[in-house]
Design a protein around this ligand. Sequence first.
Ligand code: DLZ
Length: 198
Amino acid sequence: MTTIKGPGAAQTHDGSGLRVAIVHARWNTVIIEQLVSGAKKSLLAAGVSEDNITVQTVPGSYELPLAVQRLYAASQLQANSSVQGISATADLLSSPTTEVSSSIESKGSKKPFDAVIAIGVLIKGATMHFEYIADAVSHGLMRVQLDSGVPVIFGLLTVLTEEQGLERAGLGNSGMHNHGEDWGSAAVELGLKRKEWA
Ligand code: DLZ
């Protein structure tokens, strides 16, 4: 189906030098798993090495902004520590001190993440919960990326029904593609452009 929606014609970017984190909520797991695998598929297709992709989870979308902030900070500390030859480790959700989380230990690069993809699925219920969380998470993720300068890809689906979520994960009947793939591509493009813009 032809559509005017979307980021335009596909672009090719070489992500082979990038280190990327995916942080995802666990609420609405069936949809989340598909979105995460779509994002990973695009990262790998762009040349990002599996060893340079770190995946972390949090319970729900509300936890995403803090997790992204701490994870990025931990990767900065890890990079500094590896330059100084210090073997260090720190908890994701506490202040990195002299320790870097063993959870972000990577077989690949020790540099700070070039981009972080935050993935969550909020499904509207009968109360105002959805509106408050959607608003807080959107603003929180924007704040983290502007404060830190690392691109934070907005992989938060805010849908009215489960069906809308399934469709956007490529699991519906309408032929809609998996939006996670767009997020992986956006992470590569922004990871590279951020360096150009430095
Ligand atoms: C509580 C809650 C509800 C009702 N719905 C969702 C949802 O649709 N998607 C999601 O990611 N998280 C949901 N949560 C959990 C909150 O995001 C959060 O994890 C809890 O309020 C604890 O802070």
